[in-house]
Ligand binder design. Sequence first.
Ligand SMILES: CC(C)(COP(=O)(O)OP(=O)(O)OC[C@H]1O[C@@H](n2cnc3c(N)ncnc32)[C@H](O)[C@@H]1OP(=O)(O)O)[C@@H](O)C(=O)NCCC(=O)NCCS
Length: 376
Amino acid sequence: MRFPEDVPVLTDGVVTLRAHTIDDVEPAYRMCQDPVMQQWTTIPVPYLHEHAVNFLTEMIPNGWRTNTMWGWAIEYDGRYAGTIDLGDGEGGVGEVGFAVSPEVRGHGVMTRALKLAVRYAFDGLGWERVIWRAFVGNYASRRVAWKAGFRGLVTIPGGGRARGVRKDEWVASVGRDDDLEPQGNWWTVPVLEGGSIRLRGLRDSDAQRVQEACSDERTQHWLSGMPSPYRLEDAEGFIKTRLHMMAGGEGVAWAIADPATDELLGNVSVFNLNNRMDATVGEIGYWMHPDARGRKVMTSAVELLIPHAFKPVAEGGLGRRRLMVKAALGNSASAHVAEANGFTHVGTERAAIPRRDGNYDDDLVFDLLADEYAGR
Ligand SMILES: CC(C)(COP(=O)(O)OP(=O)(O)OC[C@H]1O[C@@H](n2cnc3c(N)ncnc32)[C@H](O)[C@@H]1OP(=O)(O)O)[C@@H](O)C(=O)NCCC(=O)NCCS
């Protein structure tokens, strides 16, 4: 192909992909000074003016000429807003990379640009599959990929590389016959208040309290899957992986906080939301910091989240039909939280919960149905 004559102009009426011009060098250079850009991409750091000149006037034009890379300027609101490129494509499979300037982020620009480029990969280049890769933790990029229909996300430890350093990587893809629409749910954490508590998302600053709560003897006894000893880095990892759980549609986790001080008192979550057999069920799990126990805080926390769990997804809820709580035989405080919230003990799974001493506890199963809850 000739550059720029043969570069197709792609537009959805709001965002336009077009060939780069020399005028894009300055805004592209400025975009690459952004620390977020440097953190999540493989651009050189420090990023010099000559890097932008080389990328836009050599690499991208040569990519088109040699049929190895197809890069466009993203135009939005009459200006250069970023760059998107497709690369490889051998055997009908290639990769996409993208970035937009900080001032236009959060307006859906990248999602639109990505859909245009992916459509071109299938219809213009005849590809079968487009692969997206991002360093673990780049939720903005992951969300763009999710909104554009990328699916099957996996994490590859050390799969990525930036400036000579290996990094954990997420990989997902979309195929030629797939809808370019989100697959599965990406849950958010609404703030729920009432009963003298606040449920909110977990924050990095909660790590110390999480560590204290999870190192506690009773927590360690009843939740035998928890690391032991439970270190601060376990707490930090727990907080980080809650985002991953929500983005993957598996569950939602709240910090139970004191509304006056915002200090973490405990944790409550609804999980197993991706059950393949029945995606209308959910299980509630919880633990309390020892200094907040015995004040009915967990009973109030579960009471606050039940209506959210039963509310339809279209109204911002979790769309559940049936909620479960499981409590090991003997964990009467946990069973009490379920019963106080109107759950019914429906059975006991025998020898179902491993203990640290190698034995197994029976597991009491409680459930609550959306229609019985609505009928109260
Ligand atoms: C990733 C990037 C291209 C997104 O561009 P954008 O124009 O803001 O994308 P969109 O507006 O289409 O969508 C971004 C979505 O991510 C969400 N988002 C942003 N930061 C987030 C975060 N930390 N956690 C969760 N979601 C986040 C936004 O709310 C938005 O979703 P919404 O529309 O449902 O509210 C931009 O952040 C960027 O250029 N980052 C630096 C370069 C980069 O990371 N490139 C990708 C490398 S793999």
